[in-house]
Design a protein around this ligand. Structure first.
Ligand code: EPU
Length: 419
């Protein structure tokens, strides 16, 4: 099943989708954090995505017993002996592997983690992780592509992040909860996935103040205990489906996601002429096409997330007027635009900027997904392109979406997986 075949929608989208749990950017982090407490933690709402299998493989390698309770619930038992190592073949497949670094340092005082290397969307450094953990008492040696980390004792420190990195905030948090003394993180990331991790850690007995703000105060405790937690809904899947509605037109309802987590997307879709409002358990949206062009800059939360950018560029390609999209998080995330151009979009990129002139029609083509959101963007464009669109390399899509075809088809689209 490595191709997505997308046929044009003949009717506006309509229907309801229950949004998946945010496995890739939240659940995997809680899986890694479960290493902090010996015993069995339970995580639910863990929708099956490809990266989940990679994290299970990694934790099993480390010595955790992972068991499936039902389709979306797993138990993780980390009471056995732990081998504090994350090998290259797993880290290179999935950057969230780096999240085992601090829990291993906190639990067993050492970690040997392969450096992940390059990525399809740009340089993704880890310098802030290392600098902060060094301030907390860890030492790092680079050896044959591996980081050898040691910390006899982690101690609290005041960390000022030069950028609100999601991953660095997570690694500092999971080091600080068991460190001796107080850690303060200034300019911490505020993404809903960080709040979800803090909720999980707090249930484990951690003492964290300022959750949801850019200053986190963590008072280290002596011990954490295993807990149960339901993972937050996937705001990126929700945004993807809202943008599908913007491209095709129609009226849809999403359940299992909180509108406050995607406020900037809702504001921008509103500026484009779409109606979006909260419901008791989610979001309602209506769009009459074509929508209007708007300018967008990606920023850390609560700004417009970079992970929506490829999908919104597909949407803007079908809007009336010219839009400018500026990508501020990654230095090479516009690769997918060349594939959209092959489908008839009028897009010009220049450094961090991308100028999109809306066109009345797109045409189906064979295209390649070079990352998870690029694949979603191309599939959305296919929903209104004339003829068939075939998206290759969908392994990337499966890394983040449980079943994008199924979600779109629930709203009336015609998308199938093929070999
Ligand atoms: N950065 C540094 N030094 C560091 C850490 C980050 O320079 O020590 C830079 C990176 O190079 C990048 C920027 O800061 O340019 C953002 O990195 P961040 O650490 O915030 O991102 P991440 O933790 O590596 C997570 C998500 C990404 C999402 C970003 C930003 C996971 C597994 N990944 O990555 O998700 O784009 O936060 O919100 O949680 C996706 O879902 O498509 C995706 C790429």
């Amino acid at each position: 099943m490595d191709r997505l075949v997308v046929r044009p929608c003949t009717e506006p989208l309509s229907g309801t989708v229950v949004v998946s749990g945010m496995t890739k950017n939240a659940g995997l982090k809680q899986m890694a954090a479960s290493l902090l407490a010996a015993g069995t933690s339970t995580l639910s709402n863990m929708t099956k995505v490809a990266d989940l299998a990679t994290m299970i493989e990694l934790l099993t390698y480390i010595g955790v017993k992972v068991e499936k309770v039902d389709d979306t619930t797993f138990t993780l038992d980390s009471s056995g002996n732990l081998q504090p190592e994350a090998p290259y073949e797993l880290v290179s497949k999935m950057r969230a592997s780096i999240n085992v670094l601090s829990p291993l340092l906190a639990r067993v005082g050492q970690a040997r983690v392969s450096l992940p290397g390059g990525d399809n969307i740009g340089v993704r450094k880890l310098d802030m992780h290392f600098k902060a953990l060094e301030k907390m008492g860890a030492t790092f040696d680079l050896d044959h592509g591996f980081i050898d980390a040691r910390a006899d004792k982690l101690v609290g420190a005041r960390i000022v992040l030069e950028f609100p990195s999601v991953g660095a905030t997570e690694n500092i948090l999971t080091a600080a909860v068991l460190a001796k003394g107080t850690t303060v993180i200034e300019n911490a990331a505020r993404e809903p996935e960080i709040i979800d991790l803090c909720t999980f850690l707090t249930k484990m007995g951690a003492n964290i103040e300022g959750v949801g703000t850019s200053t986190l105060h963590i008072e280290g405790v002596d011990e954490l205990w295993p807990t149960s937690h339901k993972i937050v809904g996937d705001r990126i899947e929700a945004g993807t489906l809202l943008m599908a509605c913007g491209i095709v037109g129609g009226e849809i309802t999403l359940e299992g996601v909180n509108i406050s987590e995607i406020e900037m997307v809702v504001l921008k879709l509103g500026d484009m002429g779409m109606k979006v409002s909260p419901t008791r358990d989610g979001i309602w949206a209506m769009a009459s096409t074509p929508l209007r062009a708007v300018d967008i800059s990606t920023l850390p939360f609560p700004g417009f997330a970079t992970d929506y950018m490829p999908m919104v560029v597909a949407l803007l390609s079908t809007c009336e007027g010219t839009s400018i999209v500026t990508e501020n998080i990654y230095d090479n995330r516009f690769g997918f635009t060349e594939e959209l151009v092959r489908m008839g979009a009028d897009i010009r990129t220049e450094g961090r900027h991308c100028v999109i002139r809306g066109v009345p029609n797109l045409s189906g083509a064979e295209v390649r997904a070079n990352d998870v959101r690029a694949g979603a963007s191309l599939a959305l464009a296919g929903l209104i392109a004339k003829g068939e669109t075939i998206v290759h390399d969908t392994l990337h899509v499966r890394r983040g979406y449980h079943d994008l075809a199924k979600s779109l088809n629930k709203l009336g689209a015609d998308v199938t997986w093929e070999n």
